[in-house]
Each structure stands twice: as C-alpha cells, then as structure tokens.
Design a binder for this molecule. Structure first.
Ligand SMILES: C[S@@+](CC[C@H](N)C(=O)[O-])C[C@H]1O[C@@H](n2cnc3c(N)ncnc32)[C@H](O)[C@@H]1O
Length: 348
C-alpha cells in the first residue's frame, strides 16, 4: 500500500530537514529530571542537532522493557530510552524519513559505546505510523511518540496500531501538537502547513475518542507548552489559531482488570522520584501520603507497571476528578501563576 500524498510530502520535508537543519524546537528540560537532562547532554551532536520533538516523554519503571518510539526522527528519545531500559531491554525506532533513519543507524555505535554496552540494544526501521503492523515488530511493554501524530493523516489507524502492539498493562506516552477547534480543509490539506505539524493537529478533546475506540483508558495530561507561530503569513493562513505541545499518558489494561475506588499510598520507589511522583497536571503523589483515587485511576495503578509503587486499600467514598484536562486552559493557569513554560516549537 502506498503512503498518503500528505505523508509523502511530510517524508520529503523531513528528509530535507535532515540536511538543512532549519527547524526551531527546544528540549522541554524543565519537565525532565536532572538524570534525564544529563543523559541528553551525552547524546551525539549529530543526533541532537536533528531533535525536532514537541516534548520528550519518559515512561517510568522501564528497566528490561521493550519500547517502541513512533516517528523517532534522529533517535534522541530512542537513545535515551536505550540507556534507561539497560542492556537487557530493547528499543525500536520507526520513522517515515529514510534520511533520519540512516542518521539513527550511523549514530548507534556512538551511543552503544557511551552507555558502555557490548552490543546495541536498539534497532531502526523506515515505516509509516499508519501501518505499524506491516513491520512485524512484535509486542512492546511501552510505546512513546514525540511530535508525530500531528503529521499522520489517519490518526485512528495509528492509534489502532499502537493498541495492537502494546502489551496489556502497557503505557502509551504521547506528546503531540494539538489545537482547539476544527480547522478548514484549506489548512488541513496544505502540504506546508501539514508538514509543520499545524495542518494535521488533532483537536485536543478528540484524543479521548480516538484512544477510547482502541480500548485505551482516559488520557492523563502531563505537559502543556505553546507553539509560537512567528511567521506572519502562516499565522494568517491559520486564522491566528493557537497550538499547544501537550503530553498524555494512556494505558491499555489487561482483560478484566477492574478495581473500585482506593486509598493509595506512594512508596517512593520510582527512580528519580523518591519524595514525590508527578502523575499528571492535577496530581502529585507524595511518598507516604494516603490519597483517595477513583476506580479509573485505582485500576490503572493496580494493573500496570505502577502496581509495585503503591499500597492499596479499598475506599468507599466518592472522589471528584477532572478527566477532561484541557492543555490550553492549563497553560493559561500556569501563565496566571507566573509559571508559564516558554514555547517548545517556533514556526518561522
Ligand atoms: C516533529 S518530528 C519529531 C521527530 C522525533 N520524534 C524527535 O523528537 O526529534 C516528526 C517526525 O515524524 C516523522 N513522521 C511523520 N509522519 C510519519 C508517519 N506517518 N509515520 C512515521 N513517521 C512519521 C517525521 O519523519 C519526523 O521524523
């Protein structure tokens, strides 16, 4: 099957970027722990000068795991995860740009040596997020994607592939460019606006439906930072629409997993988070502090790889939780508190 015409122009755009390097994104270092920021400093210059993501997302508890990065670009996240999973884990990167995959392959030896491994624990493939199963990569404990779904014309197909390749109990950690309202066809079908991640940006509130159709749990929002459309011509074409780089944790639960509301207590045993573990925008678990959570979250915590990080006790009261976390509103809240993150991505 051949690629959608918009995906053909996206892969040409990224093959060209691989050479020209004229793209302006910054690493979301404020969201990352010191350990991860230190690892980023150790990545090869060839890898990092081609970092084009909307936000690095790092799933917890991944030692020994098999992890897939969809739209891995030059491989920055794959190489970070390669260190975090350790020599017994394995990380696979897939990208539609053959130029960027070639760059990943060339930089593999550098990172294998940097992490002190005898042999690489990564592999890379040219492939389309809409047809992940064609690659016959098997199943994964965790799947990540950074700044890619906004470039995929048929997002439902991509979610379907993730759902089929993720093991029950696994987490899909998605970072993407999103918008607030439906965009006109003139924007959606414009090759340049599409390749820049704006034309194909998902309406943030659609994520729940896309993912629920494939059996994922409620998404939990962990990042909201703006896209800065600096180019006046694009701004006008986009009718001054706003875009946000946002991250969500999504889970695929094992069949039959179900638990009632619970009082959970964080045990302080997630690496880098010995005192407190930030779950999402609304909830930070402090070590030793009992927190009442609804059935949705209690089921996730007790049936995924977080199950050994909490103690659980039944709770019969009701818990009110926001399960429609709007990244645009959350960004405004941060602004009013004087804590707004700088733009992650500038469209010039
Ligand atoms: C904004 S860049 C982000 C790259 C990488 N995740 C990073 O953080 O540097 C988007 C990447 O998605 C890839 N891409 C776009 N459409 C794709 C598709 N349909 N399937 C796989 N990769 C795709 C592009 O080639 C590009 O490398």
């Amino acid at each position: 099957m051949s690629d959608h015409p918009l995906s053909v122009s996206v892969s040409e755009f990224y093959n060209e970027l691989n050479v020209k390097l004229n793209f302006n994104t910054r690493v979301n270092s404020g969201d990352l722990t010191n350990r991860i920021n230190d690892l980023i400093k150790q990545l090869s210059p060839e890898t990092m000068k081609r970092y084009y993501g909307s936000g690095i997302v790092i799933p917890e508890n991944i030692k020994g795991c098999r992890v897939l990065d969809i739209g891995c670009g030059s491989g920055s996240l794959v190489f970070i995860l390669s260190k975090l999973v350790g020599p017994t884990g394995y990380v696979v990167g897939v990208d539609i740009s053959s130029g960027l995959i070639e760059c990943c392959k060339q930089e593999t030896e550098f990172h294998t040596k940097a992490w002190g491994y005898d042999k690489p624990n990564v592999e890379f493939h040219v492939g389309n997020a809409e047809r992940l199963l064609d690659l016959k990569l098997g199943e994964f404990d965790m799947i990540v994607s950074n700044g890619v779904f906004c470039l995929v014309p048929d997002k439902q197909k991509a979610f379907n592939g993730v759902a089929q390749m993720l093991k029950p109990g696994g987490q899909f950690y998605l970072n993407d460019v999103v918008t607030q309202t439906n965009q006109p066809d003139s924007v959606k079908n414009d090759q340049k606006l599409f390749s820049l991640g704006t034309g194909g940006a998902m309406i943030w509130s659609d994520l729940k439906a896309f993912s629920a159709r494939e059996g994922f749990t409620t998404p939990f929002l962990t990042q909201a930072a703006p896209v800065d459309i600096k180019n006046a011509e694009y701004r006008q074409q986009l009718s001054n629409a706003e875009y946000m780089c946002a991250a969500w944790r999504l889970f695929k639960l094992p069949a039959g997993a179900s638990r009632g509301p619970a009082t959970v207590t964080y045990l302080g045993n997630i690496e880098d988070y010995s005192d407190a573990f930030p779950w999402d925008f609304d909830l930070v678990f402090k070590k030793g502090e009992a927190v009442n959570v609804d059935a949705d979250l209690a089921t996730i915590l007790s049936s995924t790889n977080f199950k050994n990080n909490f103690s659980f006790a039944d709770f019969s009261g009701s818990v009110s939780n926001n399960r429609d976390q709007d990244p645009f509103q959350r960004y405004k809240d941060l602004q009013s508190q004087g804590n707004a993150p700088a733009p992650i991505y500038a469209v010039e």
